[in-house]
Design a protein around this ligand. Structure first.
Ligand code: AMP
Length: 214
């Protein structure tokens, strides 16, 4: 199995790009750490109960908690798949854990692709973001509106605004990104794995640039 890591700030479009590519290519699997955690919170598992407070405050959940979830998904993914890993790792300690998880599973980390979006655009992107709580499809009121306002195109479920997408929490999430996640850019550059794509533009053009870079 190959692993492609998506790097970028919250709201940079990691989930949108990975979701679009996985929908069009059977060999690509989109794995979002945020979705795994929100699923655990919704189910009320022990991990979900532990993660909930951190997530609502825009803080990172403990490394071991999310690393275990990712290791479980890696273990159950077939060998000819390329995993688009969205939201993990979020700090250098998690990057080291991922390297070990990949080695143990016989998987290769192929690249880490940064979707580059200036902070000035992030608040607007997140303010317009809507999510389907059932099938996890993502929308944006201006950039990617659903066919019927407020309803998921795929399953008809009522779209929701994520709890942690309020402007105050977004500020905290961006601060966490700059302090803890941004150092991964230098980390993967040092390993010769870093690629960068411009994250401003239409979704199909960014997805195409990502596919070419990865
Ligand atoms: P996301 O959907 O990627 O924006 O993640 C939503 C929230 O889940 C984050 O603000 C964190 O609280 C938590 N989270 C997601 N991925 C990780 C991770 N790799 N490490 C720690 N916390 C995470």
């Amino acid at each position: 199995m190959n692993i492609v890591i998506l790097l970028g700030a919250p709201g940079s479009g990691k989930g949108t790009v990975a979701g679009a590519l996985a929908a069009e290519n059977q060999n690509l699997k989109h794995v979002s750490s945020g979705d795994l955690l929100r699923g655990a919170v919704a189910k009320g598992t022990d991990a979900g109960k532990e993660a909930k407070e951190y997530m609502e405050a825009g803080k990172l959940v403990p490394d071991a908690l999310i690393a275990k979830m990712i290791a479980d998904v890696v273990a159950e993914t077939s060998g000819n798949t390329t995993m688009l890993l969205d939201g993990f790792p979020r700090n250098v300690a998690q990057a080291e854990i991922l390297a070990e998880t990949a080695t143990n599973a016989g998987a290769t980390i192929k690249s880490a692709v940064l979707i580059d979006v200036p902070d000035s655009l992030i608040q607007d992107r997140i303010a317009g973001r809507r999510t389907c709580p059932k099938c996890k499809a993502g929308y944006h009121v201006k950039n990617l509106p659903p066919k019927v306002e407020g309803k998921c195109d795929h399953c008809g479920e009522a779209l929701v605004i994520r709890k942690d997408d309020n402007p105050e929490t977004v500020k905290d999430r961006l601060a966490v990104y700059h302090a803890q996640t941004e150092p991964l850019i230098a980390y993967y550059k040092g390993k010769g794995l870093l690629k960068t794509v411009d994250g401003v533009g239409s979704i199909p053009s960014i997805a195409a640039a990502f596919l070419a870079a990865m």
